[in-house]
Write a protein that binds this ligand. Sequence first.
Ligand code: UT7
Length: 327
Amino acid sequence: MPGVSLVGSGSACLSVPLTNDGLSQRVDTSDEWIATRTGIRQRHIAAPTDSLTSLATEAARNALEMAQVGVDEVDLILLATSTPDDLFGSACRVQAALGATRAVAFDLTAACSGFVFALVTAAQYIRTGVFKTVVVIGGDVLSRWTDWSDRTTCVLFGDGAGAVVLRAAERDRLLGFELCSDGSLNHSLNLAYQPESAPLVDGITVQKGSFAPITMNGREVYKFAVNRVPEVIEKALFRANLTTADIDWLVLHQANQRILDAVAARLGVPSERVVSNMARHGNTSAASIPIALDEAVRAGKVQPGDVIATAGFGAGLTWGAAIIEWG
Ligand code: UT7
């Protein structure tokens, strides 16, 4: 059975930051409250001229460049997003923008767990020998769906995209994984369609609704994350035949610095081994793990052979972990 290796990473980050002080002009909050409760100091917001497609394409292009893989070699583009430019999917637009004409492309939606779910999905195509080269992208423009009058959510989120290139290899570097869902907790965090009735013809009424902005029970999601994330990482480590002592880098979904600290403490991972960029980017949903990973790779922290424990968690509710060896 062919194995999977991760051979490149890339990201696309927006240049103009929205600081906590900037947000305080809009809602009753402060840099002090946001920084102490979340670790976030700024986030980046997509301008009207940006799109999910443009961010995802830039991230994929940078990952392919690092991997030294040509667009004509790409078999599959998997785009994890909850904020597509088109509800029918945005991956094909990315395929066209990249010029990856041989590749099949589709979207995968699992909110902030999307990147981990897509990584594991992509790996199955490689392991079965169906595809040799896959680009996995996590991208979100949550600012489109943020209620800018709700200080309990609008201070958390930012926009961006990150990507990795996976290739078939002799030795499998996806060492273990575990994916979970619990739809009974869907009410804790959602971006739900709200149908309204519109009469069409005699006797037939159709739905004519819209999406409500993001709603979240922060305390519930916080408790869920600090309990479930260490558990799912331990299960993935077990499948990899490793222990927490083998983790070189903990790359978690960047939701809240307090969650990162609590998960690391629970697993006994020292803070210098925890990758965090939340102060600069906030929570970028499906993009947060690949952006954090790409920054750590480009900073020379993550080296070939390092064991990375990564975990995503969020709406669905969904959560999942993957243990990977870089390079
Ligand atoms: O990516 C998806 C995953 N999402 C998450 O992981 C989010 C998980 N949850 C969290 O990170 C935290 O629950 C939050 C950061 C969202 C909130 O922190 P908290 O420590 O749980 O605060 P809280 O909701 O318990 O609110 C404490 C107080 C409240 O005031 P009272 O009722 O005590 O008077 C809030 O109204 O802080 C108030 N508050 C704010 N004050 C200033 C809430 N938001 C703000 C704000 N600025 N932005």
